[in-house]
Design a protein around this ligand. Structure first.
Ligand SMILES: Nc1ncnc2c1ncn2[C@@H]1O[C@H](COP(=O)(O)OP(=O)(O)OP(=O)(O)O)[C@@H](O)[C@H]1O
Ligand SMILES: [Mg+2]
Length: 410
């Protein structure tokens, strides 16, 4: 197992105790479309990629699913999205040797292209596709893509179409358009995607995965169309348990021949439990950066503290994202909440009444809290009356340094 910090992992790099997530995802996908709900860096993309890998590793005749994986972070318009989906579908029809069906579905103007699909490598094909589809509107795209999707019902195995970073794409639409245009586009676009799921019949052979999702719910709520996704089955990725944290650290220590005193391991485990494996990866990275091999508990603590104080580490994107996405008022509000939580879990309403009443409208406060949850900073602790707290101690310790909280005790 390698220490792959910040990138999705599969196969030997995928922690064994988390493989149950892949099994659970498969189980859901046999019967419905899914929305993956988890904060940032919790392992959403990794679950999907490991699922994809497991399918591809099987012998052709043993495969249960065709999986189309669309990474949408950089797509800026509905047309970009449609072209990407269209290409993936063309490729699937090619691989499954369904080119005749494709000619029938696409109509005369596309016959020539469909006929050549089998011989053409897709990259060279792209320019031509862009030329033909350059001025397609959403209704024209729908006319092409909808039958290609419903026809998946005649394939011998199920097709799963994954939209990773879907909400980020919607955010890109927002940046490019006026508020009204954005609302209209998103409305008709998500209505179409929903209609594709509604025409699914009994024993339907295609399902969708929407990923990046708590944010997606909020994004659609803000423009009043959250009903567009209320048919999707939520797939929750839970935070890690201490067993997961320990196994990750022990596996990585073995791989890189690091000798860590038991109390040092326990210290690391405690700091990252209830968070994500990502935190474990960055701790191991910090140990490795010292080029040493033996770590007493005191040394582990010193490295931990130095890493958090230094600031130029892999936690920084948590902060820079807030700077980027929150308005000045929201940002100030987030700092008050986070600073308060440095001294321990707290009740949401009490934080507002005590610190923000009269300074920030309640709706703004709530939207900031939800944003901090989606960003993976804080969570509502269901075992503690829904009180807010930092997701894991490592984030709390880091924020203590950032917020200048005195008496920091690690
Ligand atoms: N099962 C796992 N085993 C080991 N490491 C994992 C596992 N799942 C996730 N990670 C690690 O956690 C980090 C986040 O993983 P991933 O990119 O899959 O999460 P994500 O939820 O898609 O993140 P983002 O919100 O940034 O899209 C990565 O560094 C990845 O290597
Ligand atoms: Mg991801």
């Amino acid at each position: 197992m390698e220490n792959i910090t910040g990138y999705p992992v599969t196969h030997k790099d995928y922690l064994k105790t988390r493989l149950f997530l892949v099994t659970e995802l498969k189980r859901l996908l046999r019967k419905c479309s899914v929305i993956i709900e988890a904060p940032r860096r919790f392992g959403k993309t990794s679950v999907i990629k490991e699922f994809l890998r497991q399918e591809n590793a099987k012998k052709e005749e043993k495969r249960e699913f065709n999986v189309l994986f669309l990474e949408l972070e950089g797509e800026e318009t509905v047309s970009d999205f449609c072209l990407k989906l269209f290409k993936e579908l063309l490729n699937l029809y090619r691989l499954r040797k369904k080119i005749d069906a494709l000619s029938r579905l696409l109509g005369n103007t596309w016959n020539a292209i469909a006929a050549r699909l089998g011989k053409i490598k897709l990259p060279g094909f792209e320019v031509e596709l862009r030329e033909i589809t350059g001025d397609y509107t959403l209704p024209e795209w729908k006319e092409k893509i909808t039958p290609m999707i419903t026809h998946l019902n005649s394939f011998d195995r199920k097709t799963i179409i994954v939209f990773d970073e879907f909400p980020d794409m919607l955010m890109n639409f927002k940046k490019k358009q006026t508020k009204l245009d954005y609302k209209n586009t998103t409305d008709s676009f998500t209505a179409w995607l929903r209609s594709l799921r509604q025409i699914q019949v009994e024993g339907c052979k295609y399902q969708f995965v929407f990923c990046g999702s708590i944010h997606l719910r909020k994004t659609l709520e803000e423009i009043g169309i959250s009903k567009r996704i209320n048919d999707l089955e939520p797939f929750v990725i839970p935070p890690i348990k201490s067993e997961d944290a320990r196994l990750l650290i022990e596996c990585l220590a073995k791989k890189y021949k690091l000798e860590i005193e038991e109390a040092g391991i326990a210290f690391m485990v405690e700091k990252i439990t209830e968070g994500s494996l990502y935190y474990g990866q960055i701790l191991v990275k910090a140990l490795r950066e010292t080029s040493e091999k033996n770590f007493s508990v005191d040394k582990v603590k010193a490295i931990y503290e130095a890493m958090l104080r230094r600031g130029n580490h892999d936690l920084n994107h948590y902060h820079s994202r807030l700077e980027e996405y929150l308005s000045h008022g929201e940002n100030e509000c987030s700092k008050v909440i986070l600073k308060h939580l440095c001294s321990g879990p707290a009740n949401e309403k009490e934080i507002y009444d005590l610190l923000l009443y009269g300074k920030s409208p309640y709706e703004q406060f709530q939207s900031v809290v939800n944003r901090l949850i989606y960003e993976g900073y804080i969570s509502r602790d269901i075992h503690d009356n829904g009180n807010l707290r930092f997701v894991a101690p490592i984030l709390k310790d880091w924020w203590k340094f950032k917020a200048g909280v005195t008496n920091v005790r690690l």
